[in-house]
Design a protein around this ligand. Structure first.
Ligand code: RB5
Length: 156
């Protein structure tokens, strides 16, 4: 897969090792920052990675901040993005199978490296099951279309 990855200064604690792991698994990875531990703002990276995924430049995205919460909330503001924040592998797998998530987020202050790798692997290996789940995911898309209109693209 071609994957986009990003995170804030806190996410940088895990990001380099996750990039190595993704490459070990044979994936192509592009890192959208942050590149230093200088304090920065998670919405910036949530947005960049989400836009790259939403415009189909990448097959999926991975986001890391302290908890994975702020960065996943930010990513989910971009139309077409279904980002999940996970701290265990079961939800990561089901989020792909049932919700067709296209971004996985987690927190470097919440999970250790080995657990993060397990979460990433389950998410990458899982496949969307379609069927009744496709109808429900479609309903989420309908909500986006209702809120993000031409007159009101940001849905606010
Ligand atoms: C930064 O201190 C922290 O708030 C951020 O990494 C993240 O956890 C936000 O959700």
């Amino acid at each position: 897969m071609k994957l986009a990855i990003g995170g804030d200064h806190v996410g940088l604690e895990l990001k380099p090792a996750i990039i190595d792991y993704l490459k070990e698994l044979g994936h192509e990875v592009e890192d959208f920052g942050a590149y230093s531990t200088d304090r920065t703002n998670y919405p910036k990276y949530g947005r960049i990675v989400a836009e790259e995924v939403a415009t189909n430049n990448f097959d999926g995205g991975i986001l890391i901040c302290g908890t994975g919460v702020g960065i996943s909330i930010s990513a989910n503001k971009v139309k077409g993005i279904r980002a999940v924040v996970c701290s265990e592998p079961y939800s990561a797998k089901l989020s792909k199978e049932h919700n067709n998530t296209n971004i996985l987020a987690f927190g470097s202050r919440v999970v250790g490296l080995e657990l993060a790798k397990m979460i990433v692997k389950e998410w990458l290996d899982a496949e969307f099951e379609g069927g009744r789940h496709a109808r429900r995911v479609g309903m989420i898309g309908d909500m986006e279309n209702d809120y993000h209109t031409e007159d009101n693209p940001c849905g606010c």
